[in-house]
Ligand binder design. Structure first.
Ligand SMILES: Cc1cc2nc3c(=O)[nH]c(=O)nc-3n(C[C@H](O)[C@H](O)[C@H](O)COP(=O)(O)OP(=O)(O)OC[C@H]3O[C@@H](n4cnc5c(N)ncnc54)[C@H](O)[C@@H]3O)c2cc1C
Length: 451
């Protein structure tokens, strides 16, 4: 495939640099042999790529910071990777309206920092905040560590500018605090994983800044006690701003890379934070009391920001610890909170029966875990068994009324299970919507909807 003259100056030609745009963070991602990479410098470049792609029937993979875990931003054979990472301007930050207007390549942590400088807060907080982009967050409807109190990306998107297949530019939603005119196309694009259009501007809602969080860390000898604690904390009028769970195999993996002070031999650790302005000390003590009432064997409570960070450090190191442990698939199932214990127990049973090592950890307060399935990368049989175990746990989660993905998206890795979750009639309607926006099927084809 040849790019037109107008786009070739935006194309990446160095093979080594180009290779870095071929994959994302998903396990086993492989770049195809033939693809082009165009780094957009402005709206016009995006329009040109989508006009060319539509005219020639060329697949386009919109791409942010390539931190995706579902394989949604991996290059497609014969296609164009359209990188938005160079569009990094925060165009506007209005404390009175409580909004920021940003380009898609703005890094999540940079928007948080800009908001904080105005005494405001942009809550969506994926663990990848330091390196993922707002465009990618919008396209995956990213969650993260503080959803238990603040919700997900969709709760903070007021409006979008989107370039459609063919190059037409539309605006959705509104800038104002309220706005109910017409269908909610913003909601349609949020979480559409680059299959309906390319997001080129985002109007985000900002909220008043919380206080620096105080942390409590609790150790449990039984999963059911940890689960009781989560249920009790979710009933609180002033909900924790973070509620993370790590099971025993996860704690062992984290302790294997450095001493984060996690106990060994316990069933689970819960990490809880309070950030209510003027009440953090009071709330974290209240959470500690609830953790003890539920059966925690030990509870450590931070007095200041430094101790708080120290208690959270092991959770922050989790991704590195799991990578150091070995090659693994990462799950993203979400189940009703009360069924968390059953999900973890099912994971441990699958592990014992199949011999596949499985760690279970994640956003316990949301019922959203990231079970990881380890395998020997050089052994096809080992990989196959891990895949089977992965599929088994997806089915367990669906059987509990849960979902195949709480926040990472469907991408390529989960597409086969989407019909099991939403059903044939819904898939048919979703495909019809996709066809309305993308009649030639050039936008991230094969992702989300298995072809
Ligand atoms: C260590 C680590 C921790 C993580 N923790 C979390 C977490 O806590 N919560 C969470 O939700 N995710 C998490 N993730 C996953 C990932 O960071 C998120 O999915 C993130 O939203 C992806 O952003 P990105 O900019 O890297 O997008 P990419 O990976 O580049 O793209 C992701 C998807 O969005 C589409 N896309 C990107 N930009 C646009 C655009 N401008 N217009 C249209 N489509 C677009 C792509 O086509 C693709 O389908 C984690 C990842 C890592 C590596």
């Amino acid at each position: 495939m040849t790019l037109p003259e107008s786009l070739s100056s935006r194309a990446v030609t160095d093979p080594d640099v180009k290779a870095t745009y071929g994959i994302d963070e998903s396990v086993g991602a492989l770049a195809p042999d033939r693809y082009e990479v165009v780094r957009a410098r402005d709206l016009g470049d995006v329009v040109d790529v989508l006009a060319h792609a539509q005219a020639t029937g060329t697949p386009v993979v919109p791409q942010g910071a390539r931190s995706g875990l579902a394989g949604g931003s991996v290059a497609l054979d014969g296609g164009i990777v359209l990188s938005l990472e160079g569009l990094t301007t925060i165009t506007e930050l209005d404390a009175v309206e409580g909004i920021a207007v940003v380009q898609p390549g703005v890094i999540n942590a940079d928007l948080k920092a800009a908001a904080a400088a105005e005494g405001l807060f942009y809550p969506p907080d994926p663990a990848s905040s330091a390196f993922c982009s707002i465009g990618g967050n919008v396209a995956t409807n990213a969650g993260g560590l503080c959803c238990v109190k603040y919700g997900v990306t969709a709760d903070y998107v007021r409006g979008l500018e989107v370039v459609l297949a063919g190059g037409e530019v539309i605006r959705t939603g509104h800038r104002t605090a309220k706005g109910v005119a017409g269908l909610d196309l913003t909601g349609l694009f949020v979480g559409s994983e680059g299959t309906l259009g390319v997001v080129t501007e985002v109007v985000t809602k900002l909220v008043p800044a919380p206080d620096p969080a105080l942390t409590a860390l609790a150790t449990f000898d039984s999963l059911s006690a940890a689960s009781d604690a989560i249920v009790a904390l979710r009933r609180e009028r002033h909900r924790p701003s973070l509620l993370e769970l790590l099971d025993e195999p996860t704690l062992a993996a984290v302790q294997a890379i450095a001493d984060y002070g996690f106990p060994t031999g316990c069933a689970a650790v819960l990490i809880v934070q309070a950030d209510r302005p003027g009440h953090t000390a009071e709330d974290v003590q209240r959470y500690a009391a609830l953790l003890e009432e539920a059966g925690a064997t030990e509870v450590a409570v931070a007095d200041d920001a430094q101790e708080s960070e120290a208690l959270l450090a092991g959770r922050r190191a989790l991704h590195h610890a799991l990578v150091a442990k070995g090659t693994h698939f990462i799950e993203d199932v979400c189940v009703p909170v009360r069924q968390l214990t059953d999900l973890i127990t099912a994971g441990h049973e699958i592990s014992a029966r199949t011999g596949v090592e499985i760690t279970m950890s994640g956003h316990g307060g949301d019922g959203n875990l990231h079970p990881s399935f380890f395998y020997d990368a050089g052994d096809d049989d080992s990989r196959h068994r891990a895949e089977e175990a992965f599929g088994e746990l997806v089915k367990v989660a669906l059987g509990m009324g849960g979902t195949i993905t709480g926040e990472h998206g469907v991408g390529s890795l989960k597409a086969r299970w989407l019909p099991d979750e939403v059903g044939a009639a819904s898939i048919e309607r979703q495909r019809a919507v996709k066809a309305l926006f993308d009649p030639r099927g050039i936008l991230n084809p094969g992702r989300v909807y298995w072809s």
